[in-house]
Design a protein around this ligand. Structure first.
Ligand SMILES: Nc1ncnc2c1ncn2[C@@H]1O[C@H](COP(=O)(O)OP(=O)(O)O)[C@@H](O)[C@H]1O
Ligand SMILES: [Mg+2]
Length: 260
């Protein structure tokens, strides 16, 4: 396990009292690591299973095919899927003395994901007493995101896509670590339930200063009914950037990539 994830439990007294300073130092490292990254875009929905990771991976591939350097940071630390979606083997993540080099996936997309670090099926480990598990789980995940951002040497990228898990907390942690809030690309399926979850997530992100780029409607077709994408686009004054059916033709991704 190359990541040295420190939890509060690991910190000795002087360390623990210096925690804000350590986090401040880590923010500087994050800024240095991202200095050559043109743009950070968080892919968000507020709801699981709507295709964030699917859209992120295929969009990244199309951007790469178009000649731009693109990275994917899979920030779903509990349910990482990026390596599978981008055909990256575990061995491809290179850990050097002072940096982790991203793996290279399909079409040359650079990626970092927990699934490149964890053994198959193994969850992010928690080392404390079982009773503390729920409290520490969040701290551990936030720490892992910080480590990723502080340690990964992406090199020069035109675009870094951050594939977020459902919910809002990982977005907040990401925004805390970056110099300025990331732009947000939202993915929704057509249903009212998805619309409401995305609305909440996007409002929260905008309260943190994030710029909404637009909405991707995924799983469009007969299976799901609704006009979530249009409604959200209208409410937030952003475009519907793509409508993605089940098993979309490759042209869908090329078009979406050209709009980012
Ligand atoms: N447009 C699509 N066509 C076919 N399968 C899709 C499509 N979008 C998502 N999927 C599949 O649906 C499942 C959930 O998608 P995923 O990207 O993991 O969702 P999320 O990241 O939002 O939780 C995955 O198995 C994914 O491959
Ligand atoms: Mg996902």
């Amino acid at each position: 396990m190359p990541l040295n994830i420190r939890t509060y439990r690991d910190l000795t007294e002087p360390d623990a009292s210096g925690l804000p300073a350590q986090i401040g130092a880590q923010r500087h490292r994050v800024a240095a690591r991202l200095a050559q990254v043109g743009r950070v875009v968080a892919v968000m929905s507020g709801k699981g299973g709507v295709g964030k990771s699917f859209v992120t991976a295929h969009l990244a591939r199309a951007v790469a095919r178009g000649g731009r350097a693109v990275g994917v940071l899979d920030a779903d630390l509990n349910g990482p899927t990026a390596a599978g979606l981008l055909d990256a083997g575990r061995a491809s993540l290179v850990v050097e003395e002072d940096a982790v080099l991203p793996a290279t996936g399909a079409d040359g997309v650079r990626l970092v994901s927990m699934d490149l670090l964890l053994e198959d099926g193994r969850p992010l480990a928690f080392r404390g007493p079982a009773a503390d598990r729920f409290v520490w789980r969040g701290a551990l995940e936030a720490a892992a995101l910080r480590e990723f951002l502080a340690d990964v040497a992406w090199g020069s990228l035109d675009l870094l896509l951050v594939d977020l898990p459902p919910g809002l907390s990982r977005f907040e942690e990401l925004a805390d670590l970056l110099d300025r809030p990331p732009a947000v690309l939202t993915v929704t399926i057509p249903t009212p339930e998805s619309r409401d979850a995305v609305r909440r997530a996007l409002r929260a992100a905008m309260e943190r200063g994030a710029t909404p780029l637009g909405v991707v409607e995924n799983m469009m077709g007969d299976q799901f009914r609704g006009d979530a994408a249009e409604v959200l686009a209208r409410e937030f004054g952003v475009p519907v950037l793509a409508r993605v059916p089940f098993h979309p033709p490759v042209g869908v991704w090329e078009t979406l990539a050209a709009r980012l």
